[in-house]
Every structure is written in structure tokens, then in C-alpha cells.
Design a protein around this ligand. Structure first.
Ligand code: UD1
Length: 422
């Protein structure tokens, strides 16, 4: 894997364009398997996870033109497709193949998606609820073996726990189902709303996007069309933190601040000056003191777990003590060990991170472990004194488009060292 060499400390300031949302683009790409006409998707971020998804779609026989936008035609799929294990297992999102492929082929035999260092990430809620919609599903020798008769059947589903992924699989299954499907305690994440907007644009009949009750009336056919993916709210939040911890000021363009409610609120509590407009938001931290703030992660609209490592970093160099409580992923703490190597005064007990702010961090040789942990370490490198080397940096390419060039344009001093040549 590649390494980053980062020289700090720097003040990060300037303007950054926010890319399309990874977590909206992935389910929308898999949902395009439900449509046998031309679909054009704009604002697709250039990311490793997206490339893997495109490869999976190509393996299935989907015709794709990858230019300024992505033109997808899933009208003819290969009946004897053979999806490579390494592709399926390298992204969690491949679980969203289950419903569309059941709709198209009535029978599937798929590798389980891979595990992940932030937690076990079971798929019991996907399985249980797809069964409720009429699927026969079993897991055998790491394969998902499933079938449906003619079609999924609408049903009343009560999610016992918030799950973005399971809510999405149920929606995808219910699009062409007989009758109506109701999902109570559905996830309300903006990315799910974006998926629903996409599906409705293509002719689906889904109500309740952005609420915890989603009602899907089965339709006979989806049509082709053009859709623009929403902006990546987690990328925006990450750049806001970059400015906050470096006493900088950053304007994020092409982003909807309405999706960042609690993150902006917590940044204000930390002492930042935040301004917002319809499609931008800015942060100013120059000559301001950073104060420690408690956060508790949870399903939207609570504090996003995907912003927890970045906010933990903020607390590491803020004035005072704080507690960060992680309620979504049981193992999303791998960044702590690396931050301690850089001088942070933090420790973990159960699902809480206890932190006492220090004046500054210093450089170290550290290791990235997952996407959001990696970005928090890159930001830590930008504010630490000296030269920080971060190993295994490729995780960051999974979810941040052009991260080093965006940070360099804001004043960071980052070099990518390819293939461990240092
Ligand atoms: C999605 C996002 C991820 C984000 C997460 C929570 C994508 C590609 N990923 O992941 O970035 O951090 O939402 O906002 O969109 N769970 C079960 N059983 C299941 C499914 C989930 O117990 O069948 C648990 C998980 O282990 C986790 C919690 O439910 O503890 C939430 O997971 P979920 O919302 O499903 O996350 P993902 O869809 O995997």
C-alpha cells in the first residue's frame, strides 16, 4: 500500500469543492440494475469503492460509459455471471446486489460481503426482512443462497434496529413487489433520501423519504433518466474539522449544510465561526480557541459515526476534557492508538473515548486502519510538528476523491509515496 509523508504544522485555508456522495452513489449504482433503460448519473465521485462497483456491474453484463457522467444500461445481464470473490468481498456495499439480482434472476448464489475493521457488521437484518418480503435465504459456506417465486411480496416491516444498509435492501426489493411495503423505524440518512429521489425520478412510487416510515407501492416498470448525486456531507464535515484544528478558514462549495445539522452545532460549541448558504458552508477558526466537546454517535440526525474519528482528533488538541461515545460500530477505535503515538492524551473504556486536550501533536510513524480513521490521521499529520509518515494510506482512496490535492490546495504539505518506496 502507499504511504503519505506529511510535514506540519500548517494552517489550512481556502476554498474546496465537495465531491458527490460515496454513500449515495453506491446504492444508486446497484439500484440501476433494476432499470432496463439508459440511466445517466452525474456527480459520481472518483473513488476506489465506486470503481469496484463499476467492475461488479460490468461482470454482470451492464454496459457502462464512464465519462463526465456515468451512462449505465442494464437491459441485458449475463445469466451465467461469475462475480469474483475479491471484488464482492472488498466492499460492504456489495450486499446491495442481493435484492436487484433476485428481482432480475429470481435465484442467486453470492459470496458474503467482506467484514471490516470497524466492527463485525452482520447482515441478519437484511436476511430477516427480505424473508418477510417472500425470499428464501440461507447462508452456507460463506455464500448467500436465495430465491423468490415470481416476485417479492409487499409486507409491513418493523426494523428492530436502525440500519442504513438493510433499509436500502428492503427498498430495492419492494420496488417491483406485489402490493405495498411499509418500513417502520426506517433509517433517515440523507443518502437514503437521495436513493429514493433517484428511484422516484425513474418511476418508483416511494413516500416518506427522510422520515422513519417509508411506504413503497410496487410498480410494473422503472424507466431511464438522468440523476445528479447529492454532495458528500462527510467530506464537507472532514474539511470543516481540518480548518478547526489548524486555526484556519475553509469555504466548502457545492454542499448542502442542512445535512450537517449536529456537526455544525458541535463545531460552534467548539468555538468555530460557521456560516452557511444554500449550497455552501464556511468555517473560521483564526484567532479562536478550540474547546473540547462531548459527542455521542447515532443514526441520523444524531452525530454521524463516520465523523467520529475526525471529531475525536479535534478533542485531542482542544481546551479541556471530553467524552466521545461511539454507539454504532463496536470497533471504531483503531485511530486512538495512532493518535497516542502523536502525543494525544486519550484512552478508551467500553464504547467511550476519554480525552484531555494537549497543546499540540508531534509527528510519528503511524498506520491507517480504515477509511475515516485514515483521514483523521492525515489531518493529525497536517497539524503535528515534524514529518509524519502514514502507512497503508490506500484506505483513504476508497472514500475521499483527490484528498491530497484538495488538502495541498488548502496549504497542506503532503507527498504520496507509491508502493512503499520510501
Ligand atoms: C452505512 C454506511 C457507513 C455508515 C453506516 C452508519 C454505506 C456504504 N455505509 O453502513 O458509512 O457508517 O451506514 O451510518 O452507506 N447491523 C446489524 N445487522 C444488520 C445490519 C447492521 O446488526 O443486518 C448493525 C451494524 O453492525 C451496525 C449498525 O447496525 O452496528 C448500523 O449499521 P448500518 O446502518 O447497517 O451500516 P451500513 O449500512 O453497513
Amino acid at each position: 500500500m502507499d504511504k503519505f509523508r506529511i510535514k506540519g504544522p500548517v494552517q489550512l485555508k481556502g476554498v474546496v469543492n465537495i465531491s458527490g456522495s460515496k454513500n449515495a452513489a453506491l446504492p444508486i449504482l446497484f439500484a440501476s440494475l433494476l432499470i432496463d433503460e439508459l440511466v445517466e448519473i452525474k456527480n459520481i465521485p472518483k473513488l476506489k469503492d465506486i470503481n469496484i462497483t463499476i467492475k461488479l456491474l460490468l461482470e454482470l453484463g451492464v454496459k457502462i460509459k464512464n465519462g463526465k457522467s456515468l451512462k449505465i444500461n442494464a437491459s441485458h445481464l449475463y445469466k451465467n455471471y461469475n462475480l469474483p470473490k475479491n471484488l464482492i468481498q472488498s466492499i460492504r456495499a456489495s450486499i446491495w446486489l442481493v435484492s436487484p439480482l433476485l428481482v432480475r434472476f429470481k435465484k442467486i448464489n453470492l459470496f458474503l460481503p467482506g467484514g471490516c475493521s470497524i466492527g463485525k457488521r452482520p447482515i441478519d437484518l437484511h436476511i430477516k426482512n427480505l424473508k418477510k418480503l417472500g425470499a428464501n435465504i440461507n447462508i452456507k459456506n460463506n455464500y448467500i443462497i436465495a430465491s423468490i417465486d415470481k416476485n417479492f411480496k409487499g409486507s409491513h416491516i418493523i426494523m428492530e434496529k436502525n440500519s442504513v444498509g438493510a433499509t436500502i435492501n428492503i427498498i430495492l426489493a419492494a420496488i417491483y413487489a406485489y402490493n405495498i411495503t411499509t418500513i417502520d423505524n426506517a433509517s433517515k440518512e440523507p443518502e437514503i433520501k437521495d436513493l429514493i429521489n433517484f428511484l422516484n425520478t425513474m418511476g418508483a412510487n416511494i413516500k416518506g423519504a427522510g422520515t422513519n416510515k417509508i411506504i413503497i407501492k410496487g410498480v410494473l416498470k422503472l424507466k431511464g433518466g438522468i440523476y445528479t448525486i447529492m454532495d458528500d456531507r462527510i467530506e464537507t464535515g472532514t474539511f470543516l474539522i481540518a480548518a478547526a484544528i489548524s486555526k484556519g478558514n475553509i469555504l466548502c462549495k457545492n454542499t448542502n449544510p442542512k445535512n450537517l445539522g449536529i456537526v455544525l452545532k458541535k463545531l460552534k460549541s467548539a468555538g468555530a465561526e460557521i456560516k452557511t448558504g444554500k449550497d455552501w458552508c464556511s468555517i473560521n477558526m483564526t484567532y479562536r480557541k478550540l474547546k473540547a466537546v462531548n459527542i455521542i454517535t447515532g443514526p441520523y440526525p444524531n452525530f454521524p459515526t463516520d465523523m467520529q474519528p475526525q471529531f475525536t482528533l479535534l478533542n485531542c488538541i482542544a481546551l479541556g476534557k471530553s467524552i466521545v461515545t461511539e454507539t454504532v460500530f463496536e470497533n471504531r477505535f483503531l485511530h486512538i492508538h495512532e493518535l497516542i503515538k502523536m502525543g494525544a492524551n486519550i484512552f478508551k473504556k467500553n464504547n467511550k473515548i476519554f480525552c484531555k486536550g494537549v497543546k499540540s501533536l508531534y509527528s510519528a510513524k503511524i498506520k491507517a486502519t480504515d477509511l475515516r480513521a485514515s483521514v483523521s490521521l492525515v489531518l493529525a499529520g497536517c497539524i503535528a510538528t515534524g514529518i509524519t509518515i502514514i502507512n497503508n494510506i490506500n484506505y483513504i482512496d476508497r472514500g475521499y476523491e483527490d484528498i491530497e490535492n484538495k488538502l495541498i490546495s488548502l496549504g497542506a504539505n503532503i507527498t504520496r509515496i507509491k508502493n512503499n518506496k520510501i
